[in-house]
Design a protein around this ligand. Structure first.
Ligand SMILES: Nc1ncnc2c1ncn2[C@@H]1O[C@H](COP(=O)(O)OP(=O)(O)OP(=O)(O)O)[C@@H](O)[C@H]1O
Length: 220
């Protein structure tokens, strides 16, 4: 679904990505791992098209779509968005911004909200929910987009165990409908849940293959 050849990104004095070659297959969940500063967010930014590469190339089928859920930041209390609006923005690629939603869009939003336990929060301002709830709302927006490639930066960081399970199940379901899913993570459980692991260190690929359960030495 997506192939990356010899990708490099210079950020200031740092070579944040250095000759990254890999691929993402449709129907697969890939965990993107590596220590702080390894280049995970940089790779997601470049794959999402929000950061230009310094060198190398990215190939994906013409007409294919990418949804990106960056690492959660602060949401301004001035931003007049509800949780439901946030999910609805997942339809913008297909419908255009602020267009009237179709019945099928509303059904999709309701389904994704339900999947991540957001139904009771849909009318709450995004700025007035907890960090973990906001995280879920942003991931749910990525689910609503039903893209061919779903990129998510640390979706399970700092969330409770039930939320982690719901998020991982949601990523699995996305792969189940045929998406190529890549998510950055530091959590063993999220790595064990993936089909493949892409490990970066100092901007280079140090491992790229089937996921193993940490400590077991065996395949999942
Ligand atoms: N906006 C920026 N300007 C300059 N350098 C940056 C910028 N963002 C990241 N870097 C540098 O690029 C390198 C890769 O950073 P990146 O954020 O991609 O790592 P990461 O693997 O996502 O780390 P973490 O696990 O902490 O999220 C690091 O050396 C970092 O200091």
């Amino acid at each position: 679904m997506l192939a990356v050849h010899d990708l490099s990104v210079r950020r200031g004095a740092v070579l944040a990505l250095d000759g990254v070659t890999t691929g993402l297959r449709a129907g697969t969940v890939t965990a993107l791992v590596g220590p702080n500063g390894a280049g995970k967010s940089t790779l997601l930014d470049v794959l999402a098209g929000v950061l230009p590469p310094t060198g190398g190339r990215i190939e994906r089928p013409r007409g294919s779509s990418v949804a990106y859920v960056p690492q959660h930041g602060t949401v301004s209390a001035q931003l007049p968005l509800t949780v439901g609006d946030t999910l609805a923005m997942g339809c913008w690629r297909e419908r255009g911004p602020w267009r009237r939603l179709r019945r099928s869009d509303r059904a999709r939003i309701a389904e994704c909200a339900d999947r991540l336990g957001l139904t009771p929060l849909l009318h709450r301002p995004l700025a007035a929910v907890s960090g973990g709830q906001r995280q879920r709302a942003l991931v749910a927006q990525g689910l609503v987009a039903r893209a061919d490639v779903l990129l998510v930066d640390e979706p399970t960081a700092g969330v409770d165990a039930a939320t982690q399970d719901a998020l991982l199940d949601a990523l699995r379901a996305e792969a189940g409908r045929g998406a190529a899913v890549l998510h950055a993570t530091h959590e063993d459980a999220a790595v064990a849940h993936a089909d493949t692991v892409l490990a970066l260190d100092q901007g280079r690929v140090v491992a790229d293959g089937p996921a193993t359960i940490p400590g077991s030495g065996g395949r999942r």
